[in-house]
Design a protein around this ligand. Structure first.
Ligand code: HEC
Length: 118
């Protein structure tokens, strides 16, 4: 009985470990997202912090659109921006890119900066 119990404990620990590993794989990572934003060339049109430019591509951050909407746009873009299919840009990398854009802080209110007050 004791042997069975210790096996059960070990199995439970193993299962908990697997759940943890899976959770880590699913959680979007802003640091990796920054690397992907550079690697896939998003920065070339949208700027390195997603600030956008009037000529090459719109602002993506701060406050990016929801991940579902971003995914739908990126997979099906048919205007100036090339579409990125899943074979080229996996969902996991896209979720990381979204986490990176969501991590970019808003600019401070100009009225909170003494030298800009008039
Ligand atoms: C060649 C330039 C270019 C590249 C590279 C590019 N984009 Fe874009 N993106 C655009 C342009 C231009 C638009 C505006 C829609 C259009 O004309 O296609 C746009 C639109 C978007 C939008 C919709 C924004 C909105 O407010 O409607 C998102 C989201 C986006 N891009 C994300 C990305 C991501 C993420 C990457 C990298 C995987 C990327 N883009 C790479 C040029 C680019």
């Amino acid at each position: 009985m004791q042997v069975v119990r210790s096996h059960l404990v070990r199995l439970a620990a193993l299962a908990a470990g697997l759940v943890l590993v899976q959770g880590a794989a699913l959680a979007a990572d802003a640091g990796k997202g920054k690397q992907s934003f550079m690697k896939y060339g998003c920065w070339q049109c949208h700027g390195t912090v997603g600030q956008g430019s009037p000529i090459t591509g719109p602002k993506l951050a701060p406050e990016p659109m929801p991940l579902e909407a971003m995914t739908a746009f990126i997979r099906n873009s048919n205007r100036t921006m090339p579409p990125y299919k899943e074979a080229v840009l996996p969902n996991e990398d896209l979720a990381d890119i979204h986490a990176y854009l969501a991590s970019i802080p808003k600019s401070p209110d100009p009225n909170s900066i003494d030298i800009l007050k008039n």
